[in-house]
Design a binder for this molecule. Structure first.
Ligand SMILES: Cc1cc2nc3c(=O)[nH]c(=O)nc-3n(C[C@H](O)[C@H](O)[C@H](O)COP(=O)(O)OP(=O)(O)OC[C@H]3O[C@@H](n4cnc5c(N)ncnc54)[C@H](O)[C@@H]3O)c2cc1C
Ligand SMILES: NC(=O)c1ccc[n+]([C@@H]2O[C@H](COP(=O)([O-])OP(=O)(O)OC[C@H]3O[C@@H](n4cnc5c(N)ncnc54)[C@H](OP(=O)(O)O)[C@@H]3O)[C@@H](O)[C@H]2O)c1
Length: 285
């Protein structure tokens, strides 16, 4: 097991500059987890309101056009990983070696500017679900990001008796962001005050890896189909009367889980028609 220890490159020491770009926000903190994953925080536009679980378009200015010299913004969809009440914004990002945006974004430092279009949208929101007793958050890879927001959102614990978060990654190091975030929830002042001391006992965290040894190996889909996940978690199988779910991962994962939830009797919801589960892609492919 070769878990890479996170290295904080720099923390909240930046003095925000006057934004020069349209929709510019200033980076305040950057933390790298592996050679493929990092998180960063930035200032929040004063007028930006969003619901925990939504995504926005963020990016950087692209390279100058060789003919005209003009630069255009290079934007991508990103789940907001911070909760709606946070005064800053957090993002959890992949680093794609030849990715137009992330080959550059991975080098940002506190004090740098990013572009953030303040138009939040998305389906992974509490409003798209009808009331239930237990909520499942199913993530692979960077699909954990919207749940990093929802796990810090008081409504999650107000609405549900039990919160189950599953995170499947290839390697142990890719689980670090999620694991540290969940550990830190125990000390979260706002949630302890609003929901009550020990609120975190509502959370059942189920991390699994597929390509490196860890205490729980395997895809969550297989572990649920075999009944192993229910046994490990000590919970009853999915039941449309009590269970609600949100899915965020790669396309094949989303489709497989969607079929499993439908087979268990859950119906897909949307902002315009709340139901029992919702789904969103963690990246386009
Ligand atoms: C609704 C939505 C929300 C998203 N939220 C996030 C987020 O919170 N964090 C994040 O890192 N990305 C997120 N993405 C993906 C993001 O929009 C970009 O694709 C990513 O930042 C890479 O950009 P790029 O320009 O470097 O490469 P792109 O040209 O966009 O992608 C190149 C290739 O890299 C792979 N790839 C892209 N994104 C990922 C990823 N996240 N995980 C694994 N492989 C990937 C795919 O194979 C893709 O074809 C989201 C995408 C969507 C549609
Ligand atoms: N993660 C890396 O170290 C790495 C390195 C270089 C390049 N890449 C490339 O980057 C892209 C994304 O990689 P990623 O690791 O972030 O995301 P990913 O390929 O979506 O895998 C994330 C996790 O989801 C699991 N998974 C995939 N499909 C599933 C399904 N249908 N049901 C249940 N679980 C499923 C994977 O298990 P399996 O392992 O069983 O597929 C893995 O544990 C890929 O194109 C990959 O080739 C990744």
């Amino acid at each position: 097991m070769t878990e890479q220890k996170p290295v904080t490159e720099a923390q909240a020491t930046a003095v925000p500059k006057t934004p020069a770009l349209p929709d510019a926000q200033t980076v305040t903190e950057v933390q790298h987890y592996t050679d493929r994953l990092f998180r960063f925080r930035c200032t929040r536009p004063a007028s930006l309101r969003f619901r925990s679980g939504e995504f926005v378009m963020i990016g950087l200015m692209g390279d100058p056009d060789p003919k005209t010299g003009k630069q255009k913004p290079l934007l991508r969809a990103y789940s907001i990983a911070s909760p709606s009440w946070d005064e800053e914004m957090e993002f959890y990002s992949i680093k794609v070696e030849d990715g137009p945006l992330t080959s550059k974004l991975q080098h940002i430092k506190p004090g740098d500017e990013i572009i953030l279009r303040p138009k939040p949208v998305g389906t992974l929101v509490h409003d798209a679900l009808i009331p239930g007793k237990r909520i499942w958050f199913f993530a692979t890879g960077t699909g954990f990001a919207p749940f990093a927001s929802l796990l810090r959102e008081p409504q999650t614990y107000e609405d549900y008796d039990e919160v189950i978060i599953t995170h499947t990654c290839r390697t142990v190091g890719e689980l670090t962001y999620g694991r540290e975030l969940i550990e830190a929830l125990k000390e979260d002042e706002l949630l302890n005050e609003l929901i009550g001391e020990g609120f975190w006992k509502k959370i059942k965290y189920y991390p699994t890896t597929t390509r490196e040894d860890s205490p729980k190996m395997g895809r969550i889909t297989d572990l649920i189909n075999s009944g192993e996940a229910y046994k490990d978690l000590g919970v009853e199988p999915l039941n449309p009367e009590f269970d609600r779910a949100m899915i965020c991962g790669n396309l094949a994962f989303n489709l497989e889980l969607k079929d499993m939830l439908e087979a268990a009797g859950l119906e897909e919801g949307a902002n315009s028609k709340p139901a029992q589960y919702v789904v969103e892609k963690a990246f386009l492919d």
